[in-house]
Structure formats: C-alpha cells, structure tokens
Design a binder for this molecule. Structure first.
Ligand SMILES: Cc1cc2nc3c(=O)[nH]c(=O)nc-3n(C[C@H](O)[C@H](O)[C@H](O)COP(=O)(O)OP(=O)(O)OC[C@H]3O[C@@H](n4cnc5c(N)ncnc54)[C@H](O)[C@@H]3O)c2cc1C
Length: 396
C-alpha cells in the first residue's frame, strides 16, 4: 500500500522499532542500549500503555548473576514439591531461583532508556505492520513510522483467546492463576524455601497446585495455578487460596497486600513467524516454554541472541527452543492434554527421581541427551513412548 503522507502525520524513520514495551520489548531495548555497537541506533518504542503497574512477578532460575540481578527482590536456594504424604525439598544448586517484580523491571528499564536521546517513545496502539521495499511500515491510530527492522511482541489477550478456540494441530492449554500477596501477623513461612508445587489442592479435573513464594517469614505470594483448557472466575481462585491458607495456617490472621492474575498459553502452536524485517519476540515469538509456561529466562535468551546477531550484522533468527527440547515439550503437553497421566503424578515423579539442577537444565533446554533420558525415565514408558510416537507422527 503506498504511503499517503497527507492523511497521516509526517512519518519518521528509525533503525529499529520495538512494538510492545513489556518484558520482551524492554529487555531487548535494554540489551541494545548496553551494546557499544548498537547503543546509538535510532529506536522507536511503541506501546498502548507506558504507564506500567506491578501487574506480574517473574520467577526464573539462573546460575550466577544475570542481566537484571540488581532487580532481584528475593531468591531461594531450596524448592519443594508436595503431593499427599509425599514432600521433597531439593537444593537448587548450582542454580538460584529468583524473583523480580514487574514494576521494578519496567521502572528500571524505562528510566535507564530515558537517558538516551536516540530512544523515542509513543503511547499508541499498533494497528498494522507491513514490509515495504526492504523496510517496515508500522501504523497506529493517526500515525505511522518506517523502521529498518521491527521487533514485535504485540499480542493481546483477546487474540490469544481467539487462537485457543481454533481447531489447532497442537494442543493448547492455559497456565492460569491468581496470586495473593498475603502478610500474616506472626511468622508462619520458611522463607528459605520456595514451594514450587503443592498438589494438595482441588485438582478441578486439571493439573492444579499452590505455588507459594515466601518473601519473609510472615509474607508470601500464594498462587493457585492450573494447567487446563478453561479459565476460572477470579472468585474461584480466591476460594482455593483462602481454603489453603486456613488449612495450612489455621486460626491465624493475615492481610492481602497485593493481587495478580494471569493466563499464559501452553502450546507448540506457532503464533507468528518472522517475516521480512518484522521479527516476533516474547510470547508472540513463542518464547514461552510450552510445557511449563516459564518465559522470562527464554525471553532473555532470545534477546541475547538477537542483539548478538544485530551487533554482528548477521541475519536475525528469533527461535529459542531447540527442536529436541520443543519435541519433549510437545510430548509432555500431549500427555497433559489427553489426560494420559495426572499432571500431579508426572511432576511428583520427576521431582522424586531427579536433582533440581537436572530438572532446571531440562526445563531450560540446556540438558544433555543423557540428562534428558534420566528425566524421561521418571515417567512410565507405557505412557511416554506412545505419546512420543503420536507427536512424531503428527509432525511428519
Ligand atoms: C501475571 C503473570 C505472571 C507471570 N509470571 C511468570 C514467571 O514467574 N516466570 C516466567 O518465566 N514467566 C512468567 N509469566 C509469563 C511471561 O514471562 C510474561 O507473560 C511476559 O510478560 C511475556 O512478555 P511479552 O513481552 O511477550 O508480553 P508482555 O510483557 O505482555 O508485553 C506485551 C506488550 O505489548 C503491549 N501491546 C499489546 N498489544 C499492543 C498494541 N496493539 N499496540 C501497542 N502495544 C501493545 C502491551 O501493552 C505490553 O506492554 C507471567 C505472566 C503473567 C501474565
């Protein structure tokens, strides 16, 4: 479509346009500005809302110090998993399980980037992006700009819901949850241990668990989390959290300090592909690990990869999940989707039979084949093998 300069404001040209200033867009911006070869490039950042709130808490595991180490508000070196009378506490070494508050991340990156006169901001809703003569035309309501390269993480929750209802060749589950940050009057939590999965909750015909992250011995983020096709109403998560707290910490008073709610897609379905000079990142760029819903770590990996490619003038390649690990994800997801084995049994079995470090490596796509075999041997061959064959046949 030709550019009509009369109906739109004067269009400006940028080296890079970052469409979507959430986790992926801002991580990319921060990484570009820290790269000596790229820090002076002209960048336009577009987001429908630059007034960010503490809308999410990111947890991830990492060895040593990471790019956003200064933002880590709490870390744990032990994790636990519970199911009925089974309970295991594992050392995370050499990894550390870390937490970053969304608000701290947004404020830090945005205020850092505000020091760069070559970074331009527009609070607008992106409508279209189109490759034109080796560049990309990005349009929003009442404006447009040209970028040499566009990195997009623009994906609305509504669009995701539409996709989830389509007849897809790959399973689509949600990892959905509501979390309450609660503060008790008296010490109740072991703040050295993150309770990764406590399956002693109503399973609601899905895989459901409580995720409990103590910040102090009185204060914790408690999230009722499910892997399933349908979401719950907000009050249903509340009931489960309240029941859990009164069962585990009876007759004790607490206050709700903060709430968060989320639904993360768990699917191997590819939402979008890189096209010409439009590159997809974050959830849109399938950075979410489909079998777990973890994305923060993979977004950082994706960004590192892109910035190295940009700095070296190489072709951009945004895919972050190796085909081997994507295959395991697809098999696990197939087992969960088809209810071939209860999710609580799968995770209990994996955590019972392996070290946390091996599991973290497997879930970070950095495990060796031998480590993969160890994890897979935790599951019954009679379930894993037919599922693997089904997934292979579907891909053939
Ligand atoms: C509550 C919650 C908790 C999570 N916790 C974890 C966790 O602990 N660990 C983990 O690994 N992952 C977690 N995730 C998953 C994942 O890390 C996040 O969803 C992450 O924010 C995804 O990054 P993103 O940049 O793709 O999307 P977002 O961070 O959502 O950013 C997308 C941006 O695009 C903007 N946008 C959308 N449409 C338009 C448009 N048309 N025009 C302009 N702007 C637009 C939005 O305003 C937003 O700023 C969590 C997710 C949620 C929702």
């Amino acid at each position: 479509m030709p550019v009509n300069a009369e109906t739109f404001e004067q269009q400006a040209s940028y080296d890079i346009i970052i469409a979507g200033a959430g986790c992926a867009g801002l991580s990319l911006l921060y990484s570009i500005l820290n790269n000596p070869k790229l820090k002076d490039t002209q960048i336009l950042v577009l987001d429908k809302s630059l007034q960010k709130s503490n809308d999410r808490t990111w947890c991830f595991w990492e060895q040593g110090k990471g790019v956003f180490e200064n933002l880590v508000c709490k870390h744990w070196e032990h994790i636990s998993v519970h199911k009925n009378s089974f309970a295991t506490t594992l050392s995370t070494a050499p990894f550390v399980y870390k937490m970053i508050q969304g608000e701290d991340f947004y404020n830090f990156v945005i205020s850092f980037a505000k020091n760069f006169p070559n970074v331009h901001w527009r609070e607008v809703t992106v409508l279209t992006m189109e490759n034109q003569d080796g560049k990309v035309l990005v349009e929003w309501d009442g404006g447009k700009a040209i970028g040499n390269k566009v990195f997009s993480s623009v994906l609305s929750q509504e669009k995701l819901f539409q996709i989830s209802k389509l007849k897809l060749s790959a399973p689509f589950l949600w990892q959905h949850f509501k979390g309450l940050l609660v503060e008790f009057d008296t010490p109740v939590f072991n703040e050295t241990e993150a309770r990764l999965m406590d399956f002693n909750v109503d399973q609601k015909n899905a895989t459901a668990f409580m995720y409990l992250l103590p910040l102090t011995n009185k204060k914790a983020l408690v999230e009722y989390t499910l892997f399933s096709k349908e979401l719950l109403s907000a009050s249903e998560y509340d009931i489960e959290i309240t029941t859990y707290l009164s069962k585990n910490y009876p007759n004790l008073q607490y206050q709700i300090v903060h709430e968060e709610i989320g639904a993360i897609p768990m699917t191997s379905h590819q939402f979008a592909k890189d096209q010409g000079n439009i590159f997809v990142i974050g959830t849109l760029g399938n950075a979410v690990k489909s079998s777990t819903g973890y994305a923060f770590h993979f977004i950082q990996e994706q960004v590192k990869q892109i910035v190295t490619q940009l700095g070296n003038g190489h072709a951009i390649q945004t895919s972050v999940h190796s085909s081997r690990h994507a295959f395991y994800d697809a098999v696990l997801l197939y087992i969960l989707d088809q209810n071939l084995m209860e999710g609580s049994e799968i995770f209990k079995s994996i955590f019972e039979k392996n070290k946390a470090a091996t599991i973290f490596k497997f879930l970070s796509n950095t495990s060796s084949i031998w480590e993969d075999i160890k994890i897979m041997r935790s599951l019954p061959t009679s379930i894993f093998l037919p599922a693997a064959i089904k997934v292979l046949l579907r891909r053939a």
